[in-house]
Design a protein around this ligand. Structure first.
Ligand code: NAP
Length: 480
């Protein structure tokens, strides 16, 4: 059995390649039981100002590196993350409350994000523009080049504190930019541990600055500071909308929420998809932006799917995140768990059936499966961000597609069928950033383009795609 003892640590913030102590301390607690695990020095206004100045120097130094040098830096950082994988996994489990096995997966994914970022640096290129396609282009040549934009301001949520930081840091460094990062106030530890590794990997001082603090103060300074060329945000819709309103003419990328749906046709491989729905809905207690939330079941397989699903969900082992055997632990805090509990209560009061789960203990919620829920209920139309799934029945796939398309979100959606032409018809009709055929909408590899339409966001992550948003396209045209 793994030890679950935790020692309280102190984390300075990170500016200009150095650890800085402000004395403005915040305690980080283990979400599962509230135990204090760390004290973090948060940014004050003067330190934030120094972070911007050092990021200005860092951006000049990063821009001067060749693509080869940037790729080598990212590969070295990856090697350091391999070396320190287990301490990172423990830190992630402690600050987020996700089971240690899932925390290890996050570290592995972070390594892949860095590999993809190094690849993106090596393949960053422009194109030759066919100027003679216009009458006035005769005798002219033109090429495009991609130049760094300067300082990237990154704001990240609590649920993947390492990998989402790397999804911003990796492409930003590959592009030749520097970064000022404001992690979630709940989970700043991974970024603060990452910062010295970026230095150790050989980054210029000021290439990566981490300024913890709460969103409304430090986050707001970052959004309002015109020296920062781009704001890349991952988080909830209300905060993303505020950031967009304040960002003015600067670059912006918004990766936001979803109430992810899966459509299951009668010919689907239930043996494969039911266990995937367990992982896809209940990993990290459903606190994943593409967590399975609404499952649309064709009436011919609805009963069989439901029975198998309930049986598997009930087998998940709850417990402390640092216990090796734990399969489901807690939400980020008691407040979040109380909100999810109240949404389940609203569904119950409205006549929905709670097929399993529904009970809260401290910050944990049992894996919960609901049926007969009206689409207007919070558990259907809003993002639950908890271990809650709603099962719906349909007889014609067109109706399921129409219902899925009628929502506010558009990140990823899943369709399960063995009929290839039906799968393509559905994929073309669904208005989402990504359509996953024969798997859950929670499926993601880190180098694929990832982002949403409608309220799910603006822009795409995945280093090869993010690097485009983090560079300026310049045209150079000459007369022969
Ligand atoms: P959140 O409350 O929106 O916070 C996200 C970040 O924004 C945090 O660092 C937060 O700081 C900061 N923030 C809050 N108010 C701000 C303001 N006025 N100005 C600038 N920054 C501000 O989201 P969360 O609860 O941490 O994470 C859950 C959400 O993230 C869900 O909606 C989920 O779908 C989304 N998400 C999306 C993706 C994706 O790739 N599409 C991935 C993961 C998560 P504080 O923590 O200090 O408040």
């Amino acid at each position: 059995m793994a030890t679950v003892a935790t020692e309280k640590m102190e984390f300075p913030l990170w500016v200009g390649g150095k650890a800085v102590k402000t004395g403005k301390l915040r305690t980080i607690n283990l979400p599962y039981d509230g135990a204090a695990v760390a004290e973090v020095h948060e940014a004050d206004e003067a330190t934030f100002g120094r972070a911007v100045e050092s990021a200005q120097e860092g951006s000049r130094a990063m821009a001067a590196l060749t693509l080869y040098e940037r790729a080598s830096l990212l590969e070295k950082l990856r090697a350091l993350l391999v070396r320190d994988a287990e301490p990172f996994a423990r830190l992630i489990a402690m600050e987020t409350g996700k089971p240690i096995r899932e925390a290890r997966t996050e570290v592995e994914r972070g390594q892949l994000t860095l590999t993809a970022s190094a690849d993106a640096a090596r393949s960053l290129h422009g194109e030759v523009v066919p100027m003679e396609a216009a009458p006035s282009g005769k005798g002219r040549w033109a090429i495009t080049v991609r130049e760094p934009i300067g300082i990237v301001g990154a704001i990240t949520p609590f649920n993947f504190p390492l990998n989402l930081a790397l999804h911003k840091l990796g492409p930003a460094l590959a592009a030749g930019n520097s970064v000022i990062h404001k992690p979630s106030e709940n989970t700043p530890l991974s970024a603060l541990r990452l910062a010295p590794l970026v230095q150790e990997a050989g980054a210029p001082p000021g290439a990566y600055n981490v300024v913890p603090g709460d969103g409304e103060t430090v986050g707001n300074w970052l959004v309002m500071d015109r020296r920062i060329a781009m704001v890349t945000f991952t988080g909830s819709v209300p905060v993303g909308e505020q950031i967009r309103a304040k960002a003015g003419m600067r670059r912006i990328a918004l990766e936001m929420g979803n109430n992810s749906s899966l459509i299951v046709e009668p010919d689907a491989d239930l043996e494969a998809i039911v266990p995937r729905c367990v992982t896809g809905a209940f990993s990290h207690s459903g606190q994943v932006c593409i967590s399975v939330q609404n499952v649309f079941l064709h009436e011919r397989i609805a009963r069989e799917f439901t029975e198998q699903y309930i049986e598997r969900a009930r087998k998940l082992k709850p417990g402390h995140p640092l216990e090796e055997s734990t399969e489901i632990s807690s939400l980020i805090n008691v407040e979040a768990a109380r909100r999810v509990e109240s949404w389940i209560g609203q569904a119950r009061d409205a006549g929905s059936r709670i097929l399993t789960g529904g009970v809260r203990r401290h910050a944990s919620i049992e894996p919960t499966i609901i049926a007969d829920a009206d689409p207007s209920l919070n558990v259907c139309c809003k993002e639950v961000f908890g271990p809650v799934v709603v099962l719906h029945r349909y007889s014609k796939i067109e109706d399921a597609i129409a219902q899925v398309n009628s929502g506010d979100y558009g990140l990823q959606v899943g369709v399960c069928t063995r009929d290839l032409s039906l799968a393509f018809r559905a994929a073309s009709a669904l208005r989402f950033g990504g359509v996953i055929v024969n798997d859950v909408p929670a499926y993601r590899v880190d180098h694929m383009p990832y982002g949403g339409v409608k309220k799910s966001g603006i822009g795409r992550e995945g280093p090869r795609y993010a690097i485009e948003e983090m560079t300026e396209l310049k045209l150079i045209c000459w007369k022969a």
